[in-house]
Design a protein around this ligand. Structure first.
Ligand SMILES: Nc1nc2c(ncn2[C@@H]2O[C@H](COP(=O)(O)OP(=O)(O)O)[C@@H](O)[C@H]2O)c(=O)[nH]1
Ligand SMILES: [Mg+2]
Length: 230
């Protein structure tokens, strides 16, 4: 694992290794971001199950290629009681407060956008982590939209949905069925990501026949090819 401070020291030893891949992990609270980072890194590098308060950078090698993974704090969900504390103190704010535009997350704050700065010159792919065990409503959709808008135009082209907790899906239910059954907001997210998604079971990282990380990296390569030259 590399410390945050070493993220800028990833000088490219030209021609000696396949090009590095940089992955930025974003998502709502408790969606499985840190667990996903650990699964990709192949080790319990970061503390999962507790709130991640600042972005962390880890590195690994997958098939001889250096892969940098940036784990981030959760993006703000407007309905989250913690982020709604102020509105709740005003009895008249009520339901209206939910429809008020949220201020864009600041790149200066220790919010998830800070993660993009920690993998210079920028991520090759943004993994939007969504747990199949959590609801994904219009509020979550807007949180995702705000977050990617804060990262700048065109970021959707580099984004992919990573579904966590697929081990919790009812036996025989495929992720496609889950997407179809969960509602328009989730379908919107998947479509906004160019229908790129990947199903992850973070409890399976030690399993021998586990190919979910190489399969994810293949999808990242496809995404990079789709965005070639940019
Ligand atoms: N069953 C199951 N639990 C998961 C999976 N991914 C994450 N979790 C659990 O979900 C909780 C939140 O995970 P964490 O990675 O800390 O989420 P974060 O807050 O988004 O970083 C933890 O208790 C994890 O063990 C998964 O694929 N399957
Ligand atoms: Mg976390």
């Amino acid at each position: 694992m590399a410390a945050v401070s070493s993220a800028s020291e990833t000088g490219d030893p030209r021609g000696r290794h396949p090009p590095e891949r940089r992955l930025l992990i974003l998502g709502g609270p408790q969606s499985g971001k840190t667990s996903t980072a650990n699964t990709i890194l192949g080790d319990e590098v970061f503390d999962s199950g507790t709130e991640t308060t600042h972005s962390n950078v880890g590195q690994t090698e997958i098939y001889g290629r250096r892969v940098t993974v940036v784990d981030t704090p959760p993006w703000a969900i407007p309905s989250d009681p913690e982020s709604n504390t102020e509105a709740d103190t005003n009895d008249n704010a009520g339901a209206e407060s939910e429809t008020l535009p949220q201020p864009p997350p600041s790149l200066d704050s220790e919010g998830p956008c800070m993660g993009a700065i920690l993998c210079p010159p920028g991520p090759h792919a943004i993994l939007l982590v969504v747990s199949v065990t959590q609801p994904f409503t219009d509020i979550h959709r807007r949180a995702a939209e705000d977050q990617l808008a804060a990262l700048g135009g065109g970021t959707w082209r580099y984004s992919m949905v990573v579904f966590t907790g697929v081990d919790k899906l009812t036996k025989g239910v495929f992720i496609e069925e889950h997407i179809a059954n969960t509602g328009e907001s989730l379908q919107w997210l998947v479509e906004r990501c160019g229908s790129r998604y990947h199903a992850f079971d973070n409890t399976r990282k030690e399993t021998e026949d586990n190919t979910q990380v190489p399969e994810l990296m293949e999808k990242v390569e496809e995404l990079i090819t789709d965005n070639q030259g940019e």
